[in-house]
Design a protein around this ligand. Structure first.
Ligand code: ADP
Length: 400
């Protein structure tokens, strides 16, 4: 197994965002250096704005999760450091500059966890998994965005039972919302822009790329969004690569079927993710054996695919969703099975969502330090500006 290089490690740190400053650790100068030893131990030096930063555990979790998802990494050690006064100023300047420039992914709040749901080929249930996980997270009380980037085969609006026309406010697209218990789904899809499901096919490749870019840059994603789930187009084409580059902080979930033979194409998607330094959260096997009322198991699409892909790519198997009529029925009626059924598939979706929010991809917990510093820095600058103005006034009046 080839070990990641120090450069790989640093590139991966571009995916870790300081949730308050909204920029990544490399840009902010917080990820200082990395070493990878022959036994797979990664030593990384991270400098925080203040050593007692309450965001430390948040950043630590994110750094570890990303590094531990790399094949060959056996241990991750973080050496904590503190930015010097000059470095802090530079970090704040970078953060402010990025905010003012609206860096490509800044329309998505820095406190939102971005999950790409990907698959090697179509028809494996990627949209079904995206919509059920989104609904399950919303049912847990989270605010969940759903971006339907499967432009050619968009089916998210139908599956989630949301309909309507996308409005734009101040030049930004406003997602269509569905409330689920305490939580919420904010949905954006091509389906809201074209009249009929088959007319999307007439859109040309280039325009499709642009459409996805707009979904990242020009959607008014709400500030309180905990998660954004992206239903990716199947495979590894231009749209997928574009998204991976646009959203280095995204983490990837790969959906596959139980047929062992189909794993090659799924493994390619993992490869693409890793080449773009995205963290691979894990694999979900969909359309697993269905269990009859009498307890008989029918492995319609074979078995072992999820385990074999997970082992091959070195990522955990997050769950297996059985083949079940309640799942397709639910999608057809716009009521995701996870909200509407007591069956085994609904339970499997709920337990994957639970594991995501409690273990694999916990939501960002905000506990301020940098933002307070940013405010303090801004106040100091304002004070300086008014002092300058005062000086100028004094100079002018003494001249006059
Ligand atoms: P993809 O997004 O990968 O193209 P879809 O989510 O559209 O796939 O699913 C393809 C078809 O399979 C849909 O008709 C869907 O309802 C059905 N389906 C997906 N998963 C299941 C499942 N676990 N049980 C029953 N039907 C399923």
């Amino acid at each position: 197994m080839t070990l990641p290089t120090a450069t790989d490690v640093m590139e991966l740190m571009r995916g870790v965002i300081d949730p308050e400053l909204g920029s990544n650790l490399v840009e902010l100068g917080m990820a200082r250096s990395a070493q990878v030893s022959e036994d797979g131990e990664v030593l990384i030096k991270i400098a925080l704005t203040t050593s007692g930063c309450p965001l430390r555990s948040q950043i630590q979790r994110d750094v570890k999760a990303r590094l531990e998802s790399l094949p060959g990494v056996t241990k991750v050690r973080i050496l904590w450091d503190e930015l010097t006064a000059e470095e802090k100023t530079a970090a704040m300047t970078t953060a402010r500059f990025n905010v003012s420039q609206q860096a490509p992914d800044t329309a998505i709040p820095s406190t939102t966890k971005v999950l790409m749901v990907a698959s090697g080929k179509g028809g494996v249930g990627k949209s079904t998994v995206t919509t059920n996980l989104a609904a399950a997270l919303a049912a847990q009380g989270f605010k969940v965005g759903v971006m339907d980037a499967d432009i050619w085969g968009y089916s998210v609006p139908r599956m989630l039972g949301v309909d309507g026309d996308l409005r734009s406010v101040e030049g930004k697209i406003v997602p269509i919302t569905r409330h689920v218990g305490e939580g919420r789904l904010d949905v954006v899809s091509m389906g809201f822009l074209v009249d009929r499901e088959d007319s999307a096919l007439m859109w040309r490749g280039l325009m499709l790329n642009r459409a996805v870019q707009h979904f990242c840059e020009d959607v008014a994603w709400s500030d309180d969004l905990d998660y954004l789930l992206i239903d990716m187009p199947p495979g590894t084409g231009d749209v997928q690569m574009g998204l991976a580059k646009m959203l280095p902080r995204a983490e990837m979930i790969v959906v596959t079927t139980p047929a062992v033979a189909a794993q090659k194409v799924a493994a390619r998607v993992v490869d693409m993710g890793r080449k773009n330094y995205l963290r691979i959260v894990g694999v979900i096997e969909n359309m697993s054996a269905l269990t009859t009322e009498t307890g008989e198991q029918h492995a319609v699409f074979g078995s072992g695919g999820g385990e074999s892909l997970a082992a091959e790519v070195g990522a955990p198997l997050l769950g297996k969703i059985p083949l079940e009529a309640a799942v397709s029925d639910g999608s057809d009626r716009g009521e995701p099975a996870v909200l509407d059924s007591n069956g085994a598939a609904a339970a499997a979706f709920a337990s994957v969502a639970e594991a995501l929010s409690s273990e694999h991809v916990p939501p960002v917990e905000m506990a301020g330090c940098s933002a307070r510093m940013l405010d303090a820095a801004a106040a100091a600058l304002d004070a300086l500006d008014s002092l300058d103005a005062l000086d100028a006034d004094t100079a002018a009046s003494s001249k006059g």
